[in-house]
Design a protein around this ligand. Structure first.
Ligand code: SF4
Length: 353
């Protein structure tokens, strides 16, 4: 029996887009992604814009149906399409990036919370719901709670609005919380408070939490496990300290080195690391992704086989894995030993020297 409450197995999501001249194309937003969310653990999905992390969260929330693959709740496949039931919506809650867009601006906090309580807890009286709303606001540190109940969203700061959004998600007693960049639109000064709040709620309620972010530093602070996505694919995953201290994929190494770290002698410039549009520094098109390893146009270690063959997965005993040919050819030491710089692909036709 799986200990995961929510699990995605080999899910893909393709979108069909139509251009200005009427030609359609397929965007391969996510391909072959698998993830397990376990009670009491926070799993981060880290990657650049367009890496597919938000699409993955929306598949888990059942806002998008996977093109292929399967999503399991408590080990059982979830019904597809319109048959997704109320129980799934109650069990799995998604917190969006923009707290203002998540709340109905025409209604007070009271209405936003009460609606969630009425939809999912039909047996409660008005007085009981009032007390539950107060308890919820106090749990997310909005105090005195009664003062906040009658405020409109525009009367709250960004951080207060996001706390109300989290309180509303908690109102239905979820088992899984999916946070899609939940702190990225907040002032830097309150991001840490919000991470601490999410961490506390996860541990207190035994929630399984997915934390989507482009910021590996916040993932390191909040999470137990980290999954790295690049161009729609998962490329590395494992316990957070392992992934950050000993990255096994060159892209993860770039992410780690581009994150500010006061203990590192030289903090590298993000543009220097990822390059510019002129030197193949942009993420690849998801309509025609590169063959072989999708990271090869930007990888300083790219070999001939990287351009044509999908890299195999190398799994370590602690579950830390990466998809990179360097492990297969016995040169994973290059990842640890090389400070990543602007892409300078090797010219050799096979293994690096
Ligand atoms: Fe991809 Fe090859 Fe670079 Fe590994 S070495 S990340 S397989 S391009």
């Amino acid at each position: 029996m799986s200990d995961a409450v929510l699990e995605a197995i080999d899910v893909s999501k393709h979108f069909t887009v139509t251009g200005a001249v009427g030609r359609s194309a397929t965007v391969r937003a996510v391909e072959g992604a698998s993830i397990r969310l376990v009670p009491g653990r926070v799993t981060a999905v880290v990657g650049e814009s367009g890496s597919g992390k938000t699409t993955l969260a929306r598949m888990l929330a059942r806002f998008y149906e996977p093109t292929s693959g399967e999503i399991l709740l408590d080990g059982r496949p979830v019904a597809t399409g319109r048959n997704v039931d109320k129980a799934y919506r109650k069990a799995v809650q998604l917190i969006f990036q923009d707290p203002f867009g998540s709340l109905n601006p025409l209604h007070r906090v009271r209405h936003n919370l009460d609606r969630a309580l009425r939809l999912h807890q039909s047996a409660t009286t008005r007085g009981e719901r009032e007390q539950q709303m107060i308890d919820l606001l106090e749990r997310v540190s909005l105090s005195p709670a009664r003062d906040f109940l009658d405020k409109f969203p525009h009367e709250l700061s960004g951080g207060q609005r996001q706390r109300v959004v989290i309180a509303r998600a908690l109102a239905v007693k979820p088992r899984v919380l999916l946070g899609d960049e939940p702190i990225s639109m907040l002032d830097v000064s309150i991001r840490l408070e919000m991470l601490n709040l999410l961490n506390r709620l996860c541990r207190e309620d035994g929630l399984a939490m997915l934390y989507i972010t482009h910021d590996i530093a916040s993932a390191r602070y909040l999470c137990d496990d980290i999954v790295v996505m690049y161009a729609g694919q998962m490329v590395e995953a494992g316990p957070k300290d392992e992934v950050i201290s000993r990255p096994q994929h060159p892209y993860t190494k770039l992410l780690v080195e581009s994150s500010p770290d006061p203990h590192r002698a030289t903090n590298l410039d993000r543009d220097e690391l990822f390059g510019t549009a002129d030197d193949l520094g942009e993420p690849p098109s998801l309509i025609e992704p590169p063959e072989g390893c999708r990271f090869h146009p930007r990888c300083p270690f790219a070999m001939e086989r990287c351009r044509t063959e999908t890299p195999p997965r190398t799994v370590q005993p602690d579950g830390h894995w990466a998809d990179c040919w360097l492990h297969e050819v016995g040169r994973s030491d290059l990842i640890a030993d090389t400070a990543m710089t602007a892409p300078t692909p090797l010219t050799s036709t096979e293994e690096p020297a």
